[in-house]
Design a protein around this ligand. Structure first.
Ligand code: GDP
Length: 424
């Protein structure tokens, strides 16, 4: 049985918490895309953690955590993070790294920084962790797989070729120091020593695991709207954020993904630039940002203040549809308890016409939000464990959203902690 946990929005929906929670009843948790560019915040019995590259299942000692082939593997980040959680009392996690995962090279990080500098005011707001240069190289067929670390001669030959190309750009486009094969080889030898004990033929491992009836969880990073194909291109990430890609990025048959748990945030937030129709500004936004998430809406990786907005039913319905959501989890609902009234964006007005379908980026640029306003519940809902005990207006808000999404909301999260969840 394979379950995917993915986001319906711009990311930061609270997938980490839900994965941590569901990993209790899973045998294997797999990261299938993205790298250490975004963070998942998890609060459990061991404390509060921000994970960037480790699967959020590392806190359950019966689970195996896997870095799938679709991930942009930053080797030092992986081991830094593993050591950090162990130092804080978490049992040594069982980790496997796909022999087909590709490695984020030191020059990918440099190129990310240099390109952002070059674009200056027109930059993508990259986290500068090398993700776009990494995936560009992967598809240009000049990436380096984990397995390649074990054939030094072939690796050196490949890198010599890569350096020629990279150095032209470094010298003539960016006017920066060039890179050297020996230095990169030394770094990669270090990486090899670090990953060697964990390298695994992951698709084979997962095939066996499935046959033994093991419960597998695929953990997505970011959300639907950041998908390079279906999101707000070009202000997207560089790998697919969709459950469907879980099959590719982990190496399992697509039809095995039976349950697609799509995490939907009870209001909107986004980090970085890009279209965001229901965005709010000024004091209204500041207050929501201050009260939002667990101690404010600031990027888990960058610390940047997140952009804030009301719940966007158009974007979230699309986000669920494109994920193929079989169920939704509505998160951070507790944050909204201070509001007298809560607007929900139910349509986009584009050139004088109202639509409920999420358009391409050109349409989004022109879209104005159409709101329906629901009454607030003006109550603290943290600590409530049964759906029927939620205030009536709170249930009304959830049921309104459920109808708009067209997907059953099976869980409602009313606090950052692992146990702060209401099942329906
Ligand atoms: P992810 O990338 O989707 O895992 O999301 P992040 O970790 O970036 O952001 C979610 C933030 O909201 C974290 O600080 C979580 O601890 C917090 N969080 C998750 N669920 C809830 C909830 O139901 N209520 C509150 N108040 N905070 C939550």
């Amino acid at each position: 049985m394979v379950t995917a946990i993915v986001g319906a929005n711009w990311g930061d929906e609270g997938k980490g918490k839900i994965t941590d929670m569901l990993s209790e009843e899973s045998d294997i948790v797999v990261r299938f895309q993205g790298g250490s560019n975004a963070g998942h915040t998890i609060v459990n019995d061991y404390g509060k953690f921000v994970l960037h590259i480790l699967p959020s299942g590392v806190f359950s000692d019966h689970t195996t955590s896997i870095i799938g082939n679709g991930v942009a593997l930053n080797v030092p980040d992986l081991f830094r993070e593993m050591n950090e959680i162990v130092e804080r009392g978490v049992p040594q996690p069982k980790i496997l790294v796909s022999d087909r995962a590709q490695i984020v090279m030191p020059y990918h990080i440099l190129f990310d920084q240099y390109e952002e500098e070059r674009l200056a005011g027109k930059s993508f707001g990259s986290t500068k962790s090398g993700i776009a240069p990494f995936y560009s190289d992967k598809y240009a067929k000049i990436g380096v797989q984990v397995a390649e670390l074990f054939d030094e001669e072939a690796l050196r030959e490949k890198l010599e070729n890569i350096c020629v190309q990279k150095n032209v750009l470094l010298e003539h486009l960016y006017h920066k120091p060039t890179i050297d094969v020996d230095e990169i080889m030394n770094t990669l030898k270090e990486y090899r020593k670090m990953v060697e004990p964990y390298v695994c033929d992951v698709s084979h491992y997962l095939d066996q695991a499935r046959k033994e009836g093991k419960r597998i969880l695929l953990e997505g990073q970011l959300g639907s709207l950041k998908d390079p194909d279906h999101g707000i291109y070009p202000m997207v990430t560089s790998s697919s954020t969709l459950a469907a890609y879980g099959a590719v990025g982990a190496g399992i048959p697509p039809y095995e993904i039976k349950r697609i748990v799509t995490v939907v945030k009870a209001y909107s937030s986004a980090v970085g630039a890009g279209e965001f129709v229901s965005e709010i500004f000024g004091d209204e936004a500041d207050e929501l940002r201050r009260r939002g998430g667990d101690g404010g809406e600031f990027g888990a990786t960058t610390g940047r203040p997140r952009r804030m907005g009301w719940f966007d039913a158009v974007a979230s319905r699309y986000g669920c549809r494109i994920q193929g959501a079989t169920e939704a989890v509505l998160t951070v609902l507790d944050v909204l308890g201070y509001l007298d009234e809560i607007p929900i964006c139910v349509g986009y007005e584009i050139d004088g016409k109202v639509t409920k379908e999420f358009p391409t980026t050109a349409g989004l640029k022109k879209a104005k939000p159409v709101y329906e306003v629901l009454p607030g519940w003006k109550e603290e809902i943290r600590g409530i464990t049964e759906y029927e005990k939620l205030p009536e207006n709170c249930r009304r808000y959830i049921e309104f959203i459920e109808k708009e999404l067209g997907v059953p909301v099976k869980m409602v999260s009313n606090g950052p902690g692992r146990s702060e969840i209401i099942h329906r």
